[in-house]
Design a protein around this ligand. Structure first.
Ligand code: ATP
Ligand code: MG
Length: 352
């Protein structure tokens, strides 16, 4: 069995220096999600509502929020891979200004192979267990780029080296069961970036990995961001990882964005009472498991229609107005925040 000792500092390959990356201009939006509502159970419940966010070239945007808050549904909607029964009911998802609502299934497949790549928590389940990983990578390259077998193998080896797999020749021949979790995740990242995408969606891609391997994957993503101008939508429950990796953070609560802004702003100067509670709990341990215990009450059930703030029942600052008045996102102080009282609460904190 191979081990992670095969990992090494990767080199910049030719695959990095060519392709669309060179034509992308800095700061341009690679993904724009506008006012997205996703329903589940065939339209019966709105599990994600009014979500707007953008990922720019060379930027890592982190999605955080407790379990069931809608992070994965948002990612899957962005990738055009919602499960049966789940639908984009309102809003839009665009890549490079192109509205994905216009994409046929064939166009989506082409986009997923080239403009956007994805990695998830369990790389093993996305790979064929009986086919050597190199062949799977080469096949992905051939189907997207239509290159010859020989070219595909050469590119696959280059990509395996790019993601830090030292002995690419032997990894190429190994089946998934012969590789460690960290190595499998690198193979998945190699597949995800094989079409030189503008965007990488990583949904809990480092969650199952031990801390050292996690740090190496973070380094790899940052390198891809810097060298290829890759935009990344990164979901994690680990706020230490988020703080290390992300340029901006978007906080979800019960299907909605409650706060968004530059990482430092969100983690050091949170303005929404939920973000503040989440960070308080994170300082005690894993917030996903503990938030429910520490913040009194429960989040509203999926799709619950509430007139006011969805966090009001658990919020120590909520007034009657919070419970009854719809709350839009407002901008200020480097944040976007969905709270009627955020200005007032910030002033109170400054004064105290
Ligand atoms: N295929 C589905 N069918 C029905 N409901 C779903 C489906 N997928 C998600 N949901 C519901 O939508 C809500 C949001 O789910 P989602 O998976 O996006 O949460 P999440 O923020 O990714 O949570 P976690 O941190 O646990 O991964 C959840 O309440 C979930 O039960
Ligand atoms: Mg999820």
């Amino acid at each position: 069995m191979s081990t992670d000792t095969q990992l090494r500092e990767p080199e910049t390959s030719d695959a990095l220096r060519t392709g669309v990356a060179g034509q992308r201009s800095p700061g341009q939006d690679v993904l724009v999600i506008d006012d997205l509502t996703v329903t589940v159970h065939n339209g019966a419940l709105e599990a994600v509502r009014g979500v707007s966010l953008a990922v720019r070239r060379g930027e890592v945007v982190g999605l955080v929020g407790e379990s069931g808050s809608g992070k994965t549904l948002t990612c899957r909607a962005a990738l055009g891979i919602l499960a049966p029964g789940c639908h984009v009911a309102e809003g839009s998802v665009s890549f490079g200004g192109q509205d994905t609502a216009e994409f046929s299934n064939k166009a989506w497949r082409a986009v997923r192979g080239s403009r956007v790549g994805a990695v998830f928590q369990d790389p093993g389940s996305y790979l064929n267990p009986s086919v050597p990983v190199g062949r799977q990578l080469a096949e992905a390259l051939r189907s997207v780029q239509g290159c010859s077998r020989k070219q595909a193998k050469q590119r696959a080896l280059e990509l395996l080296r790019l993601v830090g797999l030292r002995d690419a020749e032997s990894v190429y021949r190994q089946i998934p069961g012969e590789l460690s979790g960290g190595m499998l995740q690198r193979v998945m990242i190699a597949i995800a970036v094989s079409g030189d995408p503008e965007l990488l969606v990583a949904d809990e891609a480092t969650t199952a990995l031990d801390v050292t391997i996690q740090a190496e994957i973070i380094e790899l993503i940052l390198r891809l961001r810097d060298e290829r101008g890759l935009g990344v939508l990164f979901v994690s429950h680990d706020l230490a990882v988020i703080s290390e990796l992300c340029d901006r953070v978007v906080v979800f609560y019960a299907g909605e964005i409650v706060e968004a802004g530059p990482t430092e702003e969100i983690l050091l100067r949170p303005r929404h009472p939920y973000t503040q509670a989440m960070l308080r709990v994170a300082s005690l341990g894993d917030y996903t498991r503990r938030t429910l215990d520490v913040i009194e009450g429960q989040p509203p059930s999926v799709g619950a229609q509430l007139p006011g703030c969805r966090f009001a029942d658990r919020c120590g600052f909520a007034t009657e107005q919070c419970r009854t008045t719809p709350v839009a996102i407002s901008s200020g102080g480097g944040h976007e925040v969905r709270c009627l009282r955020s200005d007032e609460l910030s002033l109170t904190r400054l004064a105290s």
